[in-house]
Design a protein around this ligand. Structure first.
Ligand code: EPU
Length: 419
């Protein structure tokens, strides 16, 4: 267990280099078991969610070699064993082993995945997709058994453009007999990154990044080299921070197109930005203007940046309204921001209001999930005095080297291990 200690109120300047995308890497690593040869994935972030996936790979008997940001996975000798709850529950993305193992072995047994408590988080759309392809799904006390004598291509229309269901169905369909078409598919950058990885191994996937993805099943996948796309949520988190207390802060190794919805919100708020091919330079303005946020699937405003931007909105003049349309329980950070001096109110599960600007003061607060933690890091860096963030392990699930990256731009921040 860790807590984070921040001495806030300091201007930040210099470069922050963005790491590989968490939500892409957590799909690419399980996808590697589809291949019975060694695959190499580069730009893998060093975060605890990846360590949890490595634990599952090791448990299944894969050979995993890691050197800096490069991970080599050889799944040629894996055994298709039941994945126990104590390892599946460490992260949400363990559910990608469902699609990957089903595709390779036509059978998978695992417990329901864990993850941050930001809503009910059902997986009915994933299962509906597997069933449409001829799989039989049974659930007993949270243990899912999915089998298929003949996994066959199918037409699958998703009721909601779910990221997880789109990727999981893609994984299952890669080696199925015939063609699968996913309509109303998710379009997030990590969907494209996963499809490219699978195609690099010899899969036949087209349309990733649009709402219709076509997968023609193949018999064999081969060894390949692949790179994780830059993390647009990490990018956005540092852009938000720079908009509050940055002076010439440059966020590098990014794809600006992926954060277009955030760029337009920050422009509305009056943040001056210089946007390059793979970097954005930001200085905080004297005065921030209010704005309203509505979270949507990509390319709309990402739910994963809703909590981080809430911290910035406490510094904006006027009343900002947040409408969270993806998750039912994503305002717990607001209670903590109020402890620090913010004026926020949660009106319903999906609507909250923030009135600013407020002078934030360092306090003892608690991270309730990953992005709530990011929200508190931003607030703690803005605030005068000392902030202690309990449950900081949530933050380490998704932000690589956050202490080093922030220290390099002038923050006073440290991590303390507690019992
Ligand atoms: N949904 C269903 N049924 C399903 C799947 C989803 O009803 O079978 C609903 C969910 O309840 C939710 C909505 O659809 O209301 C969106 O869920 P989605 O499946 O898109 O989310 P996810 O795959 O579980 C991923 C990220 C989340 C991110 C969302 C939305 C991973 C491991 N997680 O979750 O990331 O918020 O997409 O972009 O990729 C985070 O990084 O902090 C995080 C929570």
């Amino acid at each position: 267990m860790h807590r984070m200690i921040i001495e806030g109120g300091r201007e930040l300047s210099g470069e922050v280099r963005i790491s590989g995308s968490k939500n892409s890497a957590v799909a690419l690593v399980p996808a590697a078991v589809l291949c019975d040869e060694e695959v190499t994935i580069a730009n893998v972030p060093n975060i605890s969610d990846i360590k949890a996936l490595e634990e599952i790979l090791n448990y299944l008997g894969a050979k995993v070699e890691k050197q800096k940001d490069i991970i080599k996975i050889d799944s040629s000798k894996i055994e298709n064993k039941l994945i126990p709850e104590k390892i599946s529950k460490k992260l949400r993305a363990s559910y990608y082993f469902m699609g990957a193992l089903l595709s390779r072995f036509k059978k998978v047994e695992m417990y329901f995945p864990g993850g941050c408590s930001i809503g009910a988080r059902p997986i009915n759309l994933h299962l509906k997709g597997f069933e449409a392809m001829g799989a039989k799904v049974t659930e007993n006390d949270n243990l899912f058994t999915i089998t298929a004598d003949n996994l066959k291509g199918a037409k699958i229309n998703l009721d909601f453009a779910s990221v997880g269901a789109t990727i999981n169905i893609m994984l299952a369909a890669v080696k199925a007999n015939g063609t699968t078409v996913i309509s109303n598919a998710a379009k997030e950058p990590h969907i494209v990154n996963v499809a490219t990885f699978l195609n690099n191994m010899g899969a036949k996937i087209s349309g990733a990044g649009t709402s219709e993805i076509k997968i023609i099943g193949v018999k064999h996948l081969h060894s390949c080299f692949h790179e994780v796309v830059p993390d647009y949520i990490e990018t956005g988190t540092y852009m938000i921070l720079a908009s509050a207390i940055g002076k010439d802060m440059t966020i590098t190794n990014i794809i600006p197109d992926h954060v277009e919805s955030l760029i337009s919100k920050l422009e509305e708020m009056g943040v001056p930005m210089q946007i390059g091919i793979d970097f954005i330079r930001i200085s905080a303005p004297q005065k921030l203007k209010q704005t309203n946020i509505k979270t949507q699937v990509y390319p709309g405003f990402p739910t994963d940046l809703q909590q981080p931007i809430a911290a910035l909105l406490t510094q904006a003049s006027g009343k900002s309204i947040i409408n969270e349309t993806i998750w039912e329980n994503r305002f717990l950070n607001l209670l903590e921001l109020n402890k620090m001096g913010a004026t926020t109110e949660t009106l319903t599960n999906s609507k909250a209001v923030i009135i600013g600007p407020s002078k934030l003061k360092g306090k003892k607060v608690k991270a309730t999930d990953l992005r709530a933690g990011a929200s508190l890091v931003i607030a703690g860096l803005i605030a005068e005095g000392k902030t202690i963030i309990e449950n900081a392990d949530y933050i380490l699930r998704g932000y690589e080297n956050i202490i080093e990256k922030l220290t390099n731009v002038g923050a006073k921040i440290s991590l303390e291990e507690i019992e």
